[in-house]
Ligand binder design. Sequence first.
Ligand SMILES: Cc1cc2nc3c(=O)[nH]c(=O)nc-3n(C[C@H](O)[C@H](O)[C@H](O)COP(=O)(O)O)c2cc1C
Length: 300
Amino acid sequence: MMEVEICNVKFKNPVIAASGTFGFGREYNEIFDVSKLGGIVSKGLTLNKREGNRGIRIFETRSGVMNSVGLQNPGIDEFIKYELPFMLKLDTVAIANLGGESIDEYIKGAQMLDNTRVQFIELNISCPNVKHGGMAFGIKSKVAYEVVSKVRGVVKKPLIVKLSPNAENIADMAEKCCEAGADAISLVNTFKAMAIDIKKRKPVFENVTAGLSGPAIKPIALRMVYEVASAVDVPVIGMGGIANYKDAIEFIMAGASAVQVGTANFIKPDICISLIDGIRNFMETEGIKDLEEIRGIIRR
Ligand SMILES: Cc1cc2nc3c(=O)[nH]c(=O)nc-3n(C[C@H](O)[C@H](O)[C@H](O)COP(=O)(O)O)c2cc1C
């Protein structure tokens, strides 16, 4: 059985498209049937429309991608009017990813999303590419506690809190977010990283640093998912460099209930379908009836 249940919501399989790499599902749905996925996460949303950062936004490295998009998005109002109806029409779990520059902005955004039919809010306290806010909330667990508990206070929907790998102590961060009312934890967002254009003698990115994702981060992300899954009782959604079904199974064995796929969508747009097929075949050949049999198995 590939079905997984997270916070009483059924996912037809454990493969979810990650925020910022899948838009709102529209373009991908022209390439393959997006309703075959376990779920999709919206691009990071903020209360007001954002144009995003200036300069280069995506830069390829030998083993991953650096991005400095800066939460470009149409704003929550526009999302609710024009994008969410489409997401909800797809027969898959719809998750809204929420960013912000202040606690107040997170609260207002969460209230607006709570009044929609979106199934989850994923609170992004981990974006390294916005100057104010973003990752600042995801480094110190005391600050994270404050934002999560305030948002929790105004929303009824299940709340996933998305952690930054740049947190001072990832397990402590996850525990504090759960104390504050997180119903699930997702991790990791991108790693703060840097690239220099030696001809220009300048950093590649206007903000000097940018977020690294893709194959380079997988072993570190996997270790962090293992540590967090060992520390908390809520479901954990793992991501970071997942590019094939074996990577996904590793995250599940480390304790993840589901996985998200980001950068790999850029390389092969229907990669999530290959993952679903690969996991199904693996289960058949290994005689696994339910993913619960292997979830967190390396700790048993
Ligand atoms: C171009 C790009 C844009 C992203 N935008 C967001 C975002 O808006 N909100 C968010 O929570 N994560 C965002 N992420 C992070 C991904 O959702 C994911 O956490 C990260 O890339 C690690 O997974 P991966 O290695 O499979 O890409 C973005 C990543 C990329 C590459």
